[in-house]
Write a protein that binds this ligand. Structure first.
Ligand code: ZN
Ligand code: ZN
Length: 409
């Protein structure tokens, strides 16, 4: 994690440092140790004295030193979000099936139900993700006229572009699926969108009715069937997504895993109001927005998911558990299909701290600026466990043969 703090990042921390307590008083839902922990970690992120650090020193000339603060990995931390996205792109690039066409499909929840989702997040958000997968399997099966199982990387978003609560699913979906015998890969070139919209309406409303068995929800569901006879908003991005693995993973990351408000987008904070900007779907332009500080905190915190919740899940032929086995089957099934697109398989390596630092500053953090030799781990310090490694002690004891780790945290 880079230690050099950006101005916008400081502003973000400052807003929480000054107003978190008052916000909690006004919103008792957030008075839990879980949310306190997220905020405390985020506020300490990048501070070596609070988070712990790894210190590198030049053992050649004795002058060079570099300290790497541990990152907080709090889901509220916009600073750690960038690393999270990069790691995810790397992981995802290993999880795609060569030769399979993927589509980017968006399934939304109508405005009537957004409050219902907000208040029942713990049960509804997981159900929503499963429901999207069932909907697509059902849709593909109906289009082809036989049972198919597709593969889905599903990402849950709870925010719209300007940070408001707007739960929806992004699915990286195989365009087709395996038949029930696991023998044939059925590629679907044409997807009838009108059918998808009606399927999504049926699956979503049925899930709501079965999950929340209250009269109020039943009435809302009935009203919704009447109000939207053509189904709900679904969006299939035009054309297949890029077939090359690297660009596909980047494409997904851009659309899908970015945080609700990128930290560089905070333009002004005067102690009471925050101005930031976002790209509007409606106008396709960058729009500024000014809100009071409580609204801003609310918009940021409402997108942190319930404890332990996995925002990205893999289903069907993308399921992590069966991926290796299914991969062989798919390759065999694809071999029978003519005209398969051969995408270049390029797996994206996870960047180390050293590489990230070099990318953003153009300088290798572990090369001594005085003599050009590579620096070594000198000390590792953790706020709870104290000194974990001390190279100076090792040298003093005369047993110098360093086994210290070389990579950063
Ligand atoms: Zn952080
Ligand atoms: Zn040196």
């Amino acid at each position: 994690m880079l230690v050099a703090p950006a101005r916008a990042w400081n502003v973000f921390q400052q807003i929480f440092a000054e107003h978190w307590e008052a916000f909690q008083h006004a919103h008792p839902r957030y008075q839990t140790s879980y949310y306190d922990g997220l905020v405390a970690k985020m506020l300490a992120c990048g501070n070596p004295a609070l988070m712990g650090y790894v210190e590198y020193r030049c053992l050649h000339c004795g002058q060079g030193a570099h300290r790497v603060a541990m990152s907080c990995k709090s889901s509220l931390c916009l600073r750690c979000a960038k690393v999270y996205v990069d790691d995810w792109v790397s992981q995802m690039s290993k999880m795609l099936h060569a030769g399979v066409i993927y589509r980017h499909i968006i399934l939304t929840v109508p405005a009537t139900f957004r409050t219902t989702f907000y208040h029942n997040a713990a049960v509804l958000l997981s159900a929503l993700m499963r429901c999207g997968v069932q909907c697509l399997d059902d849709f593909y099966s109906e289009v082809r006229g036989k049972a198919l199982q597709g593969g889905y990387i599903v990402v849950l978003h709870t925010h719209g572009r300007n940070g408001q609560y707007h739960p929806h699913l992004h699915l990286m979906a195989t365009s087709g699926g395996l038949d029930r015998q696991g023998q044939r890969w059925e590629h679907l070139q044409y997807l009838p969108y009108a059918l998808l919209r009606r399927k999504w309406q049926w699956h979503l409303l049925t899930m709501l009715r079965q999950t929340l068995k209250t009269d109020a929800v039943h009435q809302l569901v009935d009203a919704c069937f009447r109000k939207y006879p053509n189904g709900f908003v679904t969006n299939v991005q035009k054309g297949a997504v890029p077939s090359q693995y690297q660009s596909l993973a980047r494409y997904v990351a851009k659309y899908v895993v970015s945080p609700p408000i990128a930290v560089r987008r905070i333009d002004r904070y005067d102690g009471a109001r925050v101005t930031y900007h976002y790209r509007s779907h409606r106008t396709e332009r960058v729009e500024p927005e000014t809100v009071d500080v409580a609204t801003f905190i609310g918009r940021m915190i409402q997108h942190t998911l319930p404890k332990g919740f996995k925002r990205i899940r893999h289903y069907g032929v993308q399921a992590t558990k069966t991926f290796a086995k299914v991969k062989v089957v798919i390759q065999a099934a694809l071999a029978k299909v003519e005209g398969v697109v051969k995408g270049a398989v390029k797996i994206i390596a996870r960047l180390t701290y050293r590489q990230r630092y070099e990318q953003s500053t153009g300088r290798d953090p572990f090369i001594c600026p005085h003599c050009g030799y590579e620096m070594r781990v000198w000390r590792i310090w953790h706020p709870t466990y104290g000194v974990i490694h001390d190279e100076g002690e090792v040298i003093k004891q005369g047993t110098y043969a360093s086994t210290a780790p070389r990579a950063g945290p």
